[in-house]
Design a protein around this ligand. Structure first.
Ligand code: THU
Length: 140
């Protein structure tokens, strides 16, 4: 994958995450979440959490984000995620849950930069030794 050289505007990413959070459907947890990411072709995409009565099958904000990533990219060739920011109901960055770290790994890899209270942090720090497609036979 070619290295990308897009500038990261963290304020714009956080604002997009906050805007997405306004669309969250979280009547069960009362914990609205918005996520936004910069792609290697210079776009900002976003998603919000969408809950349902079967609470364990809730869609995290990152689920919506990766769906938007695929839908807004050339068919079958999703753009790559370069930088990611997530917000919940409280001030400051929200770190993605474990399952969503795997979703982000698939589309951003270890170098995806995550907004974090201590400063932007590579995904490889949040998900060490992550499992990816190169761990499958013949790099499926
Ligand atoms: N949530 C997300 O949307 N993303 C995360 O990474 C953490 C959790 C949502 C799921 C659920 O709707 C609510 O936050 C409370 O767990």
């Amino acid at each position: 994958m070619a290295e990308s050289h897009v500038d990261i505007d963290w304020n714009a990413l956080r604002a997009a995450a906050e805007d997405a959070r306004d669309h969250a459907y979280a009547p069960y947890s009362d914990h609205p979440v918005g996520a936004a990411a910069l792609t290697n072709d210079g776009r900002i995409i976003s998603g919000c959490n969408v809950e349902n009565a079967s609470i364990g099958t809730t869609l995290c904000a990152e689920c919506g984000l990766v769906s938007e990533l695929a839908k807004s990219s050339p068919a079958g060739r999703p753009a790559r995620l370069v930088a990611f920011a997530c917000v919940g109901p409280n001030p400051g960055p929200l770190l993605p849950c474990g399952r969503c770290r795997q979703l982000l790994w698939e589309h951003g890899g270890p170098d995806l930069i995550i907004d974090r209270a201590g400063g932007p942090t590579p995904l490889s720090v949040l998900l060490p030794d992550g499992f990816g497609r190169e761990d499958l036979p013949e790099h499926r």
